[in-house]
Write a protein that binds this ligand. Sequence first.
Ligand SMILES: C[S@@+](CC[C@H](N)C(=O)[O-])C[C@H]1O[C@@H](n2cnc3c(N)ncnc32)[C@H](O)[C@@H]1O
Length: 412
Amino acid sequence: MDAYELIDLALKRYSPKEVAKVLEVDPKTVRRWKIRETEPPAYVADAIRQRLLPLGEAPTDPGTFRFIDLFAGIGGLRIPFEKLGGRCVFTSEWDTYAQKTYAANFHDGPGHVFAGDITQVHENDVPDHDVLLAGFPCQPFSIAGVSKKNALGRPHGFADKTQGTLFFDVARIIAAKRPKAFLLENVKNLVSHDKGRTFSTIIDVLQNELGYTVHTKVINGKHFVPQHRERIIIVGFREPVPFSWDDLHLPPIEAGPKLASILHPQDGSETVDPNYLEGPKGKVRDCYTLSDKLWEYLQNYATKHREKGNGFGFGLVTKKDTCRTLSARYYKDGSEILVDQGKKKNPRRLTPRECARLMGYPDTFRIPVSDTRAYKQFGNSVVVPVIGAVAELIVPLLDRIGEAGVVDRKVA
Ligand SMILES: C[S@@+](CC[C@H](N)C(=O)[O-])C[C@H]1O[C@@H](n2cnc3c(N)ncnc32)[C@H](O)[C@@H]1O
């Protein structure tokens, strides 16, 4: 690819202003390159590759299996399946900021389709695939209406049970495309939501309406990262395969990593990313330290709740600890994970890079959005090595399942 083509590619992902900032030139210069009015200097091609485009080369082979990434967020489910030889052929994510992070980190060739709102995509327009991945948002939905509709002799398939929910969109794609396997991920509370009715509806639809063999397990991210994060993983296969959770490799929690493994060392041993660090030792920038006002507010809030017999309002941690679940609202006050900085300084928030590490993302993962967006994106994401461990069980079984869907189950 020549420099002009790389500029075009970068401008598909970033505005001319953003490209200009990273390349340390004037936005007008970038516009001139874009319309081929002037020629970019020699360093530009390398700089675009290194600083703006996903690392590595775009895969040219078709991979050993095809998968789709629904409710993709920033691609936490995609990373391990891609590593195991899969090619992503379809992504759906409607949030433009998540799209930006996604585009900065994944190579998508001409065979890949990127869609926004999945509710607006017809299931027949989704490319054929072997594995469907979806971290669908948990929406409250009730099955109260079902028995009444049954009595009236109306259809009571999954369309009727889950219409209007995002799980319905997952179900209708599975029904139409009949992938060999799927992996769905959700908060642990999905299991107990609405007295367990939501979860049993989901399992009933997957097993009885769609005919998949379903396996579920709550897994704590703490096996891999210093964070308590319990999530329900739902795996399904179209045909019988010897899948067992007993084969899942989870390192012992007691021996799991502590926060020292994700915190900036601040001793000069880390390359200084000026977004988060400063000075020769790479000290965390002061903007991450809580203001006196916010720290006082959080302490007063915690005292008030302790007096009422409730738990602490904030989670103060050191490098020897593990931490609470990183939430999508971490950007608000950071209260669930505050890093102790000693008596002389208020505690600080984690930097977005530390959040990425806390979710098991590699340091090569690009964070092209503001801190607020980044906190939301990592707080919504998955612990990547947890998905990796499950993917290692799924992928070897794909070969045992025939190509074509066994039954063509239509939307009821
Ligand atoms: C729980 S997050 C999934 C995060 C993802 N697993 C990851 O690793 O980053 C759910 C995502 O679904 C997206 N979403 C919600 N409704 C959607 C819709 N109708 N169409 C496409 N994406 C949607 C949200 O923007 C959010 O990024």
